[in-house]
Structure formats: structure tokens, C-alpha cells
Ligand binder design. Structure first.
Ligand code: PAF
Length: 280
């Protein structure tokens, strides 16, 4: 594996590989790699000639300074994990390298960004879109891999690809969970071992919501989850939403949509966790 910091050098090297007819599988990350990331990388390695991974903690997608400062960073550990999945190129730029000038791009994702993460994290998806577009321009992927834990991000990236007519395929990958059901996330590293055990409660509640779907309408089902979290002092619920998988707009009655998903964001101390589950 080669590690490259410079965007220009990365672009030149990948350009050469593409001219040789090699396909590029790309997995963008912010590091603190876990089994969820590695599952995307294994798939990308299988489906492409060259595996390119980026590690860049993107400051412009953090709407919370504390979250940015405390975001786990461990490049040396990450490199070992990348070797284990036979990553070919690690692109690890600096903030100055990615943003030599002030950022001016402003994307409009319409209703997709007005709900859930978009509503609670102002500016977040614009920051994601700006960095992902730049990363695509540098790594020239044939396929790029994104986890379904960040389901709304996946929808935003698909829209970005459509809007910008980008010649690449977005490959969604299922959520990878810890043994107790907690969705894998770099932020889990910030939980104490005790919190990490207790955080299984989030997925257990999502599973309960799925079970009760046949006897409750969306609104009472949502209220049930709110009540469950109100009664648990370990968590502070930010939102629980039931939404159409395609439009991400709230669902008020069953039956009209093809696929419906429940989405949750919850605070455990000062760590914010998200998860989702398909209900049908
Ligand atoms: O999902 C992430 O880790 C980030 O949002 C991404 C896609 C790497 C952009 O910074």
C-alpha cells in the first residue's frame, strides 16, 4: 500500500492506472476504522482492480466543535487494518490540501436535506457533498462504497452523482453490528465499555418498533419509542422518524410507500449515535 498526502500526486497516479484499464473501487472514510469500514473495503477490493481508501476528518461537515475535536484519530492503527484488506492506495490529505481556498460551493438537495440529520445538523450535508465531490475528482472511482448506517448520507450522495452527472456507481453496503446489536461507528470508541454495552438498547428498540408495526400506526409507534427513551436516563433521544426510503419524507400511514425505514439519533452523554432499520 502506498500512502499519499498530495491530491495532485494521487490524481496523477490514479489517472495512470485508469489509462492502463484498471478499475478503481473507492471507500471514503474519516478514519478510526472498524469492521463496518472493512466490510466496504473487502467488497470494493473484490469488485475492482484497485482499492483506494481516503482518510480525512472533514472539518466542514461538523456542526459541533466538540464532536470535531473529540473525533477519534489513529492513523497508525488504521494503516494496519488497511494492509489487512490489501488496500492499494491510501489518500490521507491535510485540511490545507483539500481546502486551499475558502469553500464556496452550495448544494441544494431539496427535501432530502430538510429532515432528520439535515434538520438537526445544519450545514452537515453540504460539507459532506463538498468533500465527497472533491474526493471523487481526485480518486476517479468506477465504484464508490457507502454504508447504510448513514442512510440519509447515501441518498444525498446518490443525488449528488445525479446532479453532477458523475460517471460512477454508488454501492450501498449493509450496516455491520457489534455482537450486542450496536451499529458499528467510529464514535463508539468514545463510549465507556459500560455505555457500549448499554447502547445495545438502541437497536433493541428499533427491533421492537419493527415488531409493533403491524398493530400500531406510524404516529403511536413513534410515541411508543419516545416514551421508551423518556423512561431511560442513559439516553437523550434527538429524533425517531419513520420515513420513505426513497424520499426520506415522514410516513403518516402505512401502505402507500414501497419501503419504509425507521431512523433514530440519540445522545449517550456527549456522544451522538445514529441507526436505522427497514420496517417492512
Ligand atoms: O461517512 C463518512 O465517514 C463521511 O461522511 C465521508 C463520506 C467520509 C465524508 O467525509
Amino acid at each position: 500500500m502506498v500512502t499519499i498526502q498530495s491530491p495532485q500526486e494521487t490524481l496523477m497516479r490514479i489517472n495512470r492506472l485508469k489509462k492502463e484499464g484498471k478499475s478503481i473501487g473507492f471507500v471514503p472514510t474519516m478514519g478510526a476504522l472498524h469492521e463496518g469500514h472493512l466490510s466496504l473495503m473487502r467488497k470494493a477490493k473484490e469488485e475492482n482492480d484497485v482499492l483506494v481508501v481516503s482518510i480525512f476528518v472533514n472539518p466542514i461537515q461538523f456542526n459541533n466543535k466538540n464532536d470535531l475535536e473529540k473525533y477519534p484519530r489513529n492513523l497508525e492503527e488504521d494503516k494496519k487494518k488497511l494492509e489487512s484488506v490489501q488496500c492499494d492506495i491510501l489518500f490521507a490529505p491535510t485540511v490545507e490540501g483539500m481546502y486551499p481556498e475558502p469553500v464556496t460551493e452550495k448544494y441544494d438537495f431539496g427535501e432530502l436535506e430538510q429532515v432528520m440529520e439535515g434538520a438537526f445538523r445544519p450545514g452537515h450535508f453540504n460539507g459532506v457533498a463538498v468533500v465527497v465531490k472533491r474526493l471523487f475528482d481526485i480518486t476517479l472511482p468506477d465504484r464508490a462504497y457507502f454504508g447504510e448506517k448513514d442512510f440519509q448520507q447515501l441518498a444525498i450522495i446518490r443525488r449528488l452523482v445525479e446532479m453532477e452527472h458523475l460517471p460512477l456507481e454508488i454501492v450501498p453496503c449493509p450496516i455491520v453490528r457489534e455482537e450486542n446489536g450496536l451499529a458499528m461507528s467510529s464514535r463508539n470508541e468514545r463510549l465507556t465499555p459500560e455505555q457500549r454495552e448499554k447502547a445495545a438498547f438502541i437497536y433493541q428498540t428499533l427491533q421492537l418498533a419493527k415488531k409493533r408495526k403491524d398493530d400500531l400506526c406510524p404516529s403511536p409507534l413513534k410515541q411508543m419509542v419516545v416514551n421508551i427513551f423518556d423512561a431511560n436516563p442513559d439516553f437523550k433521544l434527538e429524533y425517531f422518524e419513520i420515513a420513505d426510503e426513497k424520499t426520506l419524507q415522514p410516513v403518516t400511514a402505512w401502505g402507500k410507500q414501497e419501503n419504509v425505514r425507521a431512523f433514530i439519533a440519540v445522545w449517550m452523554g456527549d456522544v451522538r449515535l445514529i441507526d436505522n432499520i427497514r420496517l417492512n
